[in-house]
Write a protein that binds this ligand. Structure first.
Ligand SMILES: [Zn+2]
Length: 370
């Protein structure tokens, strides 16, 4: 069987890699907090939980009543028990003629109830989209919306449930926007990285939260019935993201050998030129002759440092010279995407590794640019 890669995943969602990288930059949790009680026990058995999930989806999308009631009353499902435990949750699309089949290890906890709502929403999406192909990220948006519908539904009648479900939602979000987002980020810069289903979660989680926050019932219906695609969803909510100027540069390919060969040197020159063009000040305005002389000099002396961001894209660079008192004086710095502080920290780190730390610190102490 053919192995699917980043390229296939982007293609099936009609997304550009840079769009996803920019969204991840903005939504990723740096240090995910694990607060939230995922396993709080709720006094509700699997059948009642099933009914509750149906009610929640029905009150959010009454126009889909016929589909929801059919699933509630006739879809086959398995929750497992001690003699036949279930370890994973899924909803099987049985094609246009038959209802989907659901499996999940319902355990009576807040987290378990959310999973049930998630799978129920998958089933509703499968039936409501009527055989249309829906890419996985959009399917996950529907499932996450189903979880939010449940939380909303119990808010008035069962506020203690709502509190427990919200805590479980937050714990899950920490995973989706924490380790899942980090993994997707590092896989996106490796074109041959093998597809994993968890790639679909981070952006879908963010979109579901945005749709819910926008309280746009028509958009919810369009997602469930497969009448909206991923680029439109991302485009709709991108303006909500407060991001520094987006870094459009491609990731810097690392050489297989780790050696500084000719290709790596050319790549460095290219990265630096692109950074200066993004900055569009100073160096981008100089003549090619002057610019070439500047680059050649800095590279020959080894007085250049390029900072890559978490996605391996060039984020900024500096050049320097040694002053008369052996201190370091920066001769040029360029951080067009607003990462000056990060660039300085990375440079200090670079110098300390290069055993030049003392002279660099003394340069700082002497008030020279650093
Ligand atoms: Zn799912």
């Amino acid at each position: 069987m053919r192995r699917y890669t980043v390229k296939d995943w982007l293609q099936v969602h009609a997304l550009e890699r840079d769009t996803v990288l920019s969204v991840l930059d903005a939504i990723r949790l740096g240090e995910p907090s694990r607060e939230g009680e995922y396993s709080k026990a709720l006094e509700i058995d699997a059948d009642l939980a099933w009914q509750l999930c149906a009610k929640a989806v029905l009150s959010a999308m009454p126009v889909l009543e016929a589909d929801i009631v059919r699933i509630r009353d006739h879809a086959s499902r398995r929750f497992g028990d001690a003699s036949a435990p279930i370890t994973s949750s899924f909803t099987l699309d049985n094609g246009a003629e038959r209802l989907p089949h659901l499996e999940c290890p319902y355990s009576g906890t807040a987290g378990g109830l959310l999973i049930l709502a998630h799978e129920f929403a998958h089933a509703v999406q499968i039936v409501a989209s009527d055989g249309k192909f829906i890419p996985p990220m959009t399917r996950e948006v529907c499932a996450f919306l189903g979880e939010l519908m449940l939380i909303e539904h119990v808010r008035t009648g069962l506020p203690s449930y709502a509190e427990a479900l919200l805590a479980a939602w937050r714990a899950d979000t920490a995973t989706y926007l924490g380790e899942d987002a980090d993994a997707l980020l590092s896989d996106l810069i490796r074109p041959n990285a093998a597809y994993t289903y968890r790639w679909n979660y981070p952006v879908a989680r963010w979109i579901a939260g945005c749709i819910w926050g926008a309280d746009d019932k028509e958009l919810v219906l369009r997602v469930f019935t497969g009448r909206v695609d991923a680029p439109e969803l991302i485009g709709t909510f991108c303006k909500k993201l407060s991001v520094d100027p987006i870094n459009p540069l491609p990731p810097f390919p690392l050489s297989a050998s780790g050696q500084m060969d000719a290709a790596q040197i050319y790549r460095q020159i290219g990265a630096v030129a692109l950074l200066d063009l993004e900055d569009w000040q100073n160096k981008a305005q100089t003549s090619i002759q002057e610019y070439y002389a500047f680059l050649l000099d800095a590279m020959r002396e080894g007085h250049m440092f390029i900072k890559l961001d978490d996605a391996q894209r060039p984020a900024g660079y500096v050049t320097w010279d040694y002053g008369v008192h052996e201190g370091v004086a920066l001769t040029h710095e360029c951080a067009p995407f607003g990462d000056e502080g990060v660039l300085h920290d990375a440079l200090v780190d670079h110098f300390s590794k290069a055993t030049r730390a003392d002279s660099f610190r003394s340069a700082q102490a002497a008030g020279q640019p650093a």
